[in-house]
Design a protein around this ligand. Structure first.
Ligand code: ZN
Ligand code: ZN
Ligand code: ZN
Length: 154
């Protein structure tokens, strides 16, 4: 057991018990969002991102203008940052400036001590990548010659 605060499994909501086949809690009825690998969908079901009432499009908030002002007016425990990392795009709890792409505000807060990181996509080096030429195979149908591609998690 870790020292993080566990949360009730979103798949468990509605009064039925999770089974050992539940991909989040494995039948425990609760799980640790910092230690378990959580997908964007699990995150969305658990924390419930609010809609962007400024643009009325989707639930992400821009890093400038009225949208970031709104994000900053919220409790930090309800704020999440989507950021560009070396190997992909990640969604982490709290307000961060570095490499930020978007913000989210959720109805359900994260907890003190949480260290949650959701992988949105990963940049993968393609199997066709040639280290000498630093290029991929132009006929490759995965990377189309770039030598790397984006692996979207959903
Ligand atoms: Zn479950
Ligand atoms: Zn934990
Ligand atoms: Zn390739």
């Amino acid at each position: 057991m870790c020292s993080h605060t566990n949360i009730v499994c979103p798949n468990h909501e509605g009064g039925f018990d999770c089974t050992p086949f539940c991909n989040l809690c494995e039948g425990e009825q609760e799980f640790c969002p910092s230690c378990e690998l959580v997908t964007y969908e699990d995150w969305s079901n658990t924390y419930k991102p609010i809609n962007n009432h400024i643009t009325e499009e989707g639930n992400s908030f821009e890093t400038y203008g009225d949208e970031v002002n709104f994000v900053c007016s919220q409790d930090n425990y309800n704020v999440w940052t989507e950021m560009d990392g070396d190997n992909g795009v990640y969604l982490v709890n709290g307000y961060h400036m570095v490499n930020r792409i978007n913000y989210y505000v959720t109805e359900v807060p994260w907890q003190e001590g949480d260290d949650i990181c959701i992988t949105i996509c990963e940049y993968v080096t393609c199997s066709c990548y040639n280290e000498e030429t630093e290029e991929g195979d132009p006929d490759c149908d995965k990377c189309y010659g770039d030598g790397s591609y984006t692996d979207w998690k959903d």
